[in-house]
Write a new protein. Structure first.
Length: 276
């Protein structure tokens, strides 16, 4: 591996301080993000260019060609539809990247599992934070576009990081569950890709949850992505502050899910070295 691993792998997990683990997470995230764009002409510039191109494409398609209007929106036309779609995709892309990579997190670092004492549970944090790098720049892009079209800065968008922080325990739980199962069941990645595609249409991305009939809307809110996507649109597009009580409830539920995922990971990790 690389030099920063050599610095840490011989330290016992029991003696490792939280600061050391944070440093490890940072180095792994840095390496992961750099590896994505290594060798490309624009390099890290793609992190900013990707959301700009995406939003430009959606605006051209829905405002310039289809003339689509977002359900329930009084103004904005195709541009409003593109911004609402983009706001939903910011959240969904974070979820999809974390879920798609989770089954292979331990498999990609099998040498650390088999040869050294290493806190492999941190790879869940690495997977989430590496995926969030694109979200940060997408957040900046949509803030700029909304401010440009509305004629002023949308202060409620400052609450978007809070919405994402509440979402993080759910993502960590997914990583711990799927990364542990992926060690024993190698076909899991293919199944997760199908589930992600299904979630794209079962989540309120191309439409608001309020557009569904009453007999379906209740089922939509059982989707853990629905609340986060709707709250993101509220703060980024509508200029409204989030449902603070709802965020607290979601944090409690997602925190319990993360704890269950961590417990499961710790329970089954003892057999990792035998199958890797």
């Amino acid at each position: 591996m690389i030099c920063f691993i050599e610095k840490w792998v011989f330290v016992s997990v029991s003696n490792r301080k939280i600061g050391d683990q944070i440093a490890l997470i940072y180095q792994f995230v840095k390496r992961d993000v750099s590896a994505r764009y290594r060798g490309s002409l624009l390099g890290m510039g793609w992190i900013l260019l990707n959301p700009l191109l995406m939003l430009g494409l959606y605006t051209f398609a829905f405002a310039g060609i289809l003339q689509t209007r977002w359900p329930g929106a009084e103004a904005g036309g195709g541009v409003g539809y593109a911004m609402n779609l983009f706001a939903g995709l910011i959240v969904f892309n974070l979820f999809s990247e974390v879920a798609a990579r989770a089954p292979g997190l331990i498999l990609q670092h099998s040498n650390l599992v088999k040869k050294v004492v290493f806190p492999i549970s941190i790879f869940a944090w690495v997977g989430v934070f590496a995926a969030m790098t694109q979200l940060v720049f997408s957040y900046l892009v949509i803030n700029f576009v909304v401010s440009f079209y509305s004629g002023g800065f949308n202060f409620s968008s400052l609450a978007f990081p809070v919405v994402i922080i509440v979402f993080i325990p759910f993502l960590l739980g997914i990583c711990w569950f799927l990364s542990a199962i992926g060690v024993y069941f190698r076909d899991l990645s293919q199944i997760i890709n199908l589930v992600i595609n299904l979630c794209l249409f079962l989540s309120p991305i191309f439409y608001p949850a309020s557009a569904l009939p009453d007999y379906l809307s209740g089922y939509m809110w059982l989707n853990p992505l629905t609340f986060i996507i709707e709250q993101s649109r509220m703060v980024l597009i509508d200029g409204l502050w989030p449902d603070w009580l709802g965020l607290l409830v979601y944090l409690a539920v997602s925190g319990a899910f993360a704890a269950a995922g961590y417990w499961w990971f710790q329970r089954v990790r003892r057999g990792f070295a035998d199958v890797l």
